[in-house]
Ligand binder design. Structure first.
Ligand code: NDP
Length: 252
């Protein structure tokens, strides 16, 4: 594939994320607290997470190595960050969640497999293609340094918030309670906020279209999800703190 075709595909992929975001505002993906049996057959939640997420680092690595082994060190940093995030999401996160008796629709798992395959492939392919043309000094470019710092800050927020949510349940419990402390006093979903910040940082550090596409898709998935979580909390808990926002402190 030539670079122009690839770029056009990426622009179309970004446009699709933007077009589908309003749909996601009205149709909440049926997993976790929004799980529904109306979406067809289901599988265990933990297994679902492993299957959905493991394809991403596999697709990225396969596409990356397909084009040979680039000798630019910063590219390896980007690859390593992606793999670290997804090894955590595909293995550590599913092992940690307290998800006893919970299920996820196969339709959601299959759509996430497609989503993660496309994004993993596109990012790996581009980073391995040499099209980025990263100069030898890219490691000290402000975009790379700021991008990595933003990525790490987002990852820290995401990991902390997911850890707090998981700790709300004991082994074999499956009920929900109101989270408190830190960023939870300001927003309902700091884990989603952290994830969006993380992939914006990745896009800044990589400064390319597939990384931008993934940041846009992450926001298009998680802004509507955070809004639905927030509405759900307000509906389920009459004493839910009224000053809390859904995703962005004081704003949204
Ligand atoms: P949630 O916040 O819905 O859930 C995270 C975990 O905490 C789940 O195990 C959930 O249980 C549990 N939990 C959440 N709230 C409570 C509560 N109030 N009381 C008790 N337990 C609770 O996160 P998501 O499932 O939406 O996402 C999981 C991770 O995946 C996040 O880090 C998110 O950022 C990331 N993600 C990334 C996407 C992307 O496009 N890049 C898309 C989707 C998710 P249960 O499952 O039973 O609700």
């Amino acid at each position: 594939m030539d670079q122009q075709t690839f770029n056009l595909l990426m622009l179309a992929w970004i446009a699709l994320a933007i077009l589908l975001m309003p749909v996601q505002l009205f149709v909440t993906a049926p997993y976790g607290r929004h799980a529904s049996r109306r979406w067809g057959p289901v599988i265990g939640n933990r297994l679902g997470w492993v299957i959905m997420e493991i394809v991403s680092p596999v697709a990225l690595l396969a596409a990356f190595l397909w084009g040979g082994i680039p000798d630019t060190g910063v590219i390896w940093v980007c690859v390593a960050l992606w793999i670290a995030h997804y090894m955590h999401r595909a293995i550590v996160f599913p092992l940690r969640i307290r998800t006893s008796g919970k299920h996820i629709p196969v339709a959601i798992v299959l759509s996430a497999v497609a989503f993660n395959s496309i994004n993993g492939w596109a990012n790996g392919f581009y980073l391995g293609s040499g099209w980025g043309g990263y100069p030898p000094g890219w490691g000290s470019d402000p975009r790379f340094i700021i991008g990595i710092a933003v990525f790490l800050a987002g990852a820290a927020i995401n990991l902390w918030a997911d850890g707090e949510l998981i700790a709300l349940r004991k082994h074999r419990e499956s009920h929900y309670t109101i989270p408190h402390g830190g960023l939870f006093e300001k927003v309902s979903c700091p884990n989603h906020l952290g994830e969006i910040i993380e992939w914006c940082g990745f896009a800044i550090a990589c400064w390319n279209l597939p990384a931008l596409a993934f940041a846009v898709w992450t926001a298009a998935n998680l802004i509507p999800r955070a809004l639905s979580h927030h509405r759900w909390y307000a509906r389920e808990f009459p004493d839910y703190p009224a000053n809390r926002k859904a995703l962005v402190p004081y704003v949204l």
